[in-house]
Design a protein around this ligand. Structure first.
Ligand code: NAP
Length: 312
């Protein structure tokens, strides 16, 4: 079992989190508000943002919406996507995030990515100071390799600090976390809130129908999900969903949540209409048979290092 995360009033973190990367960007204030309300209505209590999202508009909008519900929510933000993992950057970025969110305390602060150029002792000491001052309750790391997380765990311990949660990419066509991250989380009792459960929209099936979206509008995502086999997997998912009379997005999110380690996928959308099928995964009952059929749509990643032949 991983360490359970909760809101200030003790409410356990919801089965899914909602990511506000679109707030103040592709989702305007009214759409953002409608999605926030839909999430609350569906029982989501865990909301994710970052210092870098839409030049701060994501944190500002989320803070205004979350304020009246503060104690029953778990609010996460991230630092050091740019500027490195040094003390001044982490503390300076967090202070700006805290002010944008309008919160004395932000529940969870992630390092947004690993910074090889900075001694992790410096990053972990800065995070430990924030925790000691009561400015944060949990610490996370995002986009770290498993060895980088374990290195952070050991360095953090020197400052009486724990790594509570990781945030990697995970979906039906991006399964690398199954190899080392998720087993590491189980072993170290670290929670996992993976992002992009729909592969940035690929797994809704809209690209097979010739529609536009993030993958056609953002080169980085177009490249990330550009392989033919990924599009074949998305088509397979849509066929399976059609056979069952279900929405492929619901199945994709429910599949990511169904890993035995118990990850809490971070869903997202730009409108409430888009959000509805992902939100439906909050209550979706995944069967072992369906889980196997969905998993078979894409290659299971091989174990890390070519050690299995030697052990056979
Ligand atoms: N730590 C990190 O480095 C990192 C990186 C990425 C994300 N995140 C976090 O994770 C959250 C979720 O990531 P994500 O946005 O990549 O998740 P995702 O669920 O894989 O993709 C969401 C996108 O898919 C499209 N979509 C969703 N539902 C749809 C529907 N029913 N029909 C058609 N299109 C639909 C929309 O994009 P379009 O309409 O624009 O196509 C939507 O913005 C983010 O908000 C953020 O909080 C973290």
């Amino acid at each position: 079992m991983t360490r359970p995360l909760s809101s200030p009033d003790g409410t356990p973190a919801s089965r899914l989190a909602f990511g506000t990367m679109q707030f103040g960007g592709r989702a305007d204030a009214a759409q953002s508000r409608a999605m926030f309300d839909a999430c609350l209505g569906a029982g989501i209590t865990h909301f994710d943002t970052a210092h870098v999202y839409n030049d701060g508009a994501s944190e500002t909008l989320l803070g205004a919406m979350a304020g009246p519900h503060r104690d029953r929510l778990l609010i996460a933000t991230k630092a050091a996507y740019s500027g490195g993992g040094g003390r001044d950057n982490i503390l300076g970025s967090f202070e700006v995030s805290r002010q944008r969110l309008g919160m004395d305390m932000v529940d969870l602060l992630y390092m947004h990515r690993f910074d090889a150029a900075t001694d992790l002792h410096e990053s972990m000491e800065a995070l430990a100071d924030l925790k000691q001052q009561g400015r944060i309750r949990y610490v996370g790391v995002s986009n770290f390799a498993a060895w980088q997380v374990v290195k952070a765990v050991h360095i953090a311990a020197k400052f009486d600090l724990a790594i509570d949660i990781v945030q990697p990419m995970y979906n039906l066509v991006k399964r690398q976390v199954e190899v080392e991250i998720l087993p590491m989380c189980a072993d170290q009792r670290i929670a996992c809130a993976p992002y992009s459960p729909l592969g940035g929209g690929l797994l809704t099936g809209k690209y097979a129908r010739g529609k536009a979206g993030r993958l056609t509008e953002d080169d980085r995502y177009g490249r990330r999900y550009g392989s033919d086999w990924m599009h074949d997997a998305a088509r397979g998912l849509c066929d399976l969903a059609a056979e069952r009379g279900e929405d492929p997005a619901t199945l994709a999110v429910a599949w990511a949540a169904a890993h035995p380690m118990g990850p809490m996928p971070i869903i997202s959308a730009r409108t409430t209409e888009q959000l509805a099928p992902s939100l439906a995964a909050m209550t979706y009952k995944m069967t072992p048979d369906l889980y196997q059929r969905l998993s078979a749509l894409s290659p299971t990643p091989p174990p890390a290092t070519d050690r299995s032949e030697e052990q056979a």
